[in-house]
Design a protein around this ligand. Structure first.
Ligand code: PLP
Length: 399
């Protein structure tokens, strides 16, 4: 699917054609996204919002058009609900600080799940340490699904926020976020969804989900690094204090004190990444031009095709048989995942190995790490076949 748009896929690695299966870490960029960055620096680079001159106005228009495109892409009610950040981690830190300042007190509880990326754990741990609050996590059942009965029992008047991953970056499994949101909302508890691994693989609509916050990264979504999104419902963003001070986020600054800018600028201190936002818009245009139906069907087919072959080879696939969004984790017997990854790399196949920034989950599984393959829209069955052939050779060398 549209492989020709991704020039990097023609690169040779160790004298073999690259087979790129590390999309959960970062995706490759289609030519229109690369062109958008070149076009920005070639034709309209200028600092935004502050200039009366032509270039500044063009750059401002691009940045605000990008905000509208991103709002449409995730079904937000208004572009004021889109805060541009550096990425998922930055969005979660911003939310933890801002929400924490306003709403977290000693003894309050925040709930995450047992399969979170460190980005959705550590900012909350830091907040809990500052405020003497408590971070709890939804336990996992033996099949690595969330124990929803336990979750329902954890909710109480002390719970002030739930923040969960939509798709596990290790297992690829899709979490029951609709149910989580319903249960939390029944007690007026807001919910943040970490969409880092879902927004690149499926249509996510914040109004249908009714989540209060959604965070994701541009670079996993065929866009550039250094740009991401913190979506928040207007009623929340209006109430929350800014997490950073500086230019752009202010209305007036006096020695006596400062008043803050309107949404969303209150949360965008300093010069924003206006080239990144434009390139991210280009990435969303690119995805829209293909359509979610085609992307989802293609990636589902590839994931199932790959998982079956891994099982046939006798590999341990984690959360085998569960529906996944483009990510599979496995191990080859007792072999260290790093050794498998190295042997695959020598054959031009890029996968990721280790704890995938989700140590608590890896500890629960009880392994030193996993080998993770993850797909993008440009991967095809030939990539899976090349990967499986390389894995067979690795198995032979290891045995
Ligand atoms: N959350 C999840 C589920 C992720 O997979 C990742 C990255 O892999 C992150 C958060 C952090 O994203 P970033 O490094 O782009 O901030």
């Amino acid at each position: 699917m549209n492989r020709e748009d991704f020039a990097i896929l023609k690169e040779q690695v160790h004298e073999r054609e690259l087979v790129y299966l590390d999309n959960a870490a970062t995706s490759q960029k289609p030519q229109p996204v690369i062109d958008a960055i070149v076009e920005a620096y070639t034709h309209w680079n200028s600092n935004i919002h502050r200039g009366v001159h032509h270039l500044s106005q063009v750059a401002t228009q691009h940045h605000e058009d990008a905000r509208k495109a991103v709002a449409n892409f995730i079904g937000a009610k208004s572009s004021d609900e889109i805060v541009f950040t550096k990425g998922t981690t930055d969005s979660l830190n911003a939310l933890a600080f801002s929400y924490g300042e306003a709403y977290i007190y000693e003894g309050d509880e925040i709930i995450v799940s047992g399969l979170e990326h460190h980005s959705n754990i550590v900012p909350w741990q830091m907040l809990c340490a500052r405020k003497k609050a408590v971070l709890r996590h939804i336990p996992l059942r033996a099949d690595l699904t969330l124990d929803m009965e336990a979750f329902a029992g954890m909710l109480s008047d002390k719970t002030k926020l739930v923040s969960v991953a939509h798709v596990s970056n290790v297992l690829g499994t899709i979490q029951p976020i609709e149910e989580i949101i319903q249960l939390a909302h029944a007690r007026n508890i807001p919910v943040c969804i970490d969409g880092a691994q879902s927004v690149p693989h499926m249509q996510v609509n914040v109004q249908t989900l009714d989540c209060d916050f959604l965070v994701f990264s541009g670079h996993k979504l065929y866009g550039p690094t250094g740009i991401g999104v913190l979506y928040g419902k207007r009623e929340w963003l209006e109430k929350l204090p800014p997490h950073e001070g500086g230019g752009e986020m202010i209305e007036h600054v006096r020695w006596e004190g400062t008043t803050y800018n309107e949404l969303p600028y209150k949360f965008e201190a300093g010069t924003p990444n206006f080239v990144g936002s434009w390139a991210l818009k280009t990435a969303t245009d690119y995805i829209n031009s293909i359509g979610w139906e085609a992307i989802e069907a293609h990636e589902r087919e590839l994931t199932e095709y790959c998982e079956q072959q891994l099982l046939d080879l006798g590999c341990t696939v984690y959360a085998a048989g569960q529906s996944k969004a483009g990510v599979i984790s496995f191990n080859v017997g007792e072999v260290h995942p790093f050794d498998v990854g190295t042997l695959l790399d020598q054959q031009g196949v890029a996968v990721r190995t280790g704890h995938h920034c989700a140590e608590p989950l890896i500890d629960t599984i009880g392994v030193p790490g996993t080998v993770r393959v993850s797909f993008g829209l440009y991967n095809d069955k030939a990539d899976v076949d090349a990967f499986i052939a390389a894995l067979k050779r690795a198995q032979m060398m290891l045995s």
